[in-house]
Design a protein around this ligand. Structure first.
Ligand code: NAD
Length: 259
């Protein structure tokens, strides 16, 4: 098993990428703490892991609140004795996130607080725990939009993910000699709730698909597989990486559909 004896904390573990990752990592031997604001969904993932013979606990945590971030890390150490892997994955894409003129300040602030400050707080409280464990792996979920601009604007979301990517690089450099690796996972467009509620018509979906060389949306379990590599010791020389899992979208100038 690729994560035997490891304890992993996954934020946003109740849905999408976080859920698939929790199930996969548990299958690979990790003890899992699922942190989420959605209690029923998070608890359901924990029950699924336990039913399959794994070990997991749920903790209610809003990643944008310092006390909650501290509490989720404490829970991992109390429940399983240590923390080896921190997956700062929780994020939102607000339906009213738009261009600079239209986006309300409260949408900007909420997005930044969860997507960017949430990663900072996870690291603020998680890094001391990783030190106590003798090192570890931090994976921050950014996005392909940290690297590419889109004509369908989501300004706050894009800026927050750019911040996650920049912060990840610096964290990687700061903590490299402490055996703490920090990588940014950059998914392309996925067929998850988060994106589909935003691309809510066939026309909007087609407009996005035309840019993806593979001609399809990714699946959450495909991101979980990449996260597994970054969590495991197989990626022992990988830190500060912009780890793209995007169906080729950032490599494309013209896609096969257009040529
Ligand atoms: P999702 O909506 O399926 O899951 C996100 C989870 O985060 C939910 O369970 C939600 O309850 C939780 N969450 C939201 N706010 C929270 C908070 N304040 N504190 C704790 N938990 C909170 O979304 P997903 O597609 O699995 O996205 C996971 C991550 O991947 C996000 O950071 C997202 O920005 C990123 N991402 C998604 C896509 C995509 O196309 N779906 C692409 C690139 C990056």
């Amino acid at each position: 098993m690729r994560l035997a004896d490891k304890v992993a904390l996954i934020t946003g573990g109740g849905s999408g990428i976080g859920r698939e990752t929790a199930l996969l990592w548990a299958h690979e031997g990790a003890q899992i703490v699922v942190a989420d604001v959605a209690d029923a969904a998070g608890q359901a993932v924990v029950e699924e892991i336990i039913a399959a013979g794994g070990a997991a606990q749920f903790v209610h945590a809003d990643v944008s609140k310092g006390a909650d971030a501290q509490g989720m890390v404490e829970r991992a150490e109390r429940a399983f004795g240590k923390l080896n892997v921190l997956f700062n994955n929780a994020g939102i894409s607000h339906i009213r996130d738009d261009d600079a003129v239209s986006t309300e300040e409260e949408v900007w602030d909420l997005t930044m607080n969860i997507n960017l400050k949430g990663v900072f707080l996870g690291c603020k409280y998680g890094i001391p725990a990783l030190r106590r464990a003798g090192g570890g792996s931090i994976i921050n979920t950014a996005s392909f939009v940290a690297l590419l601009g889109a004509a369908t604007p989501q300004l706050a979301y894009t800026a927050s993910k750019g911040g996650v990517l920049a912060m990840t690089r610096e964290l990687a450099v700061i903590h490299a000699r402490e055996k703490i690796r920090v990588n940014a996972l950059c998914p392309g467009p996925l067929r998850t709730e988060l994106l589909m509620k935003y691309l809510n018509t066939p026309e909007k979906r087609e407009r996005r698909l035309v840019h993806i060389p593979m001609g399809r949306f990714g699946e959450a379990h495909e991101i979980a597989q990449a996260a597994l590599f970054l969590a495991s010791d197989e990626s022992s020389f990988t830190t500060g990486a912009t780890f793209l899992v995007d169906g080729g979208i950032t490599a494309a100038y013209v896609t096969p559909a257009e040529s």
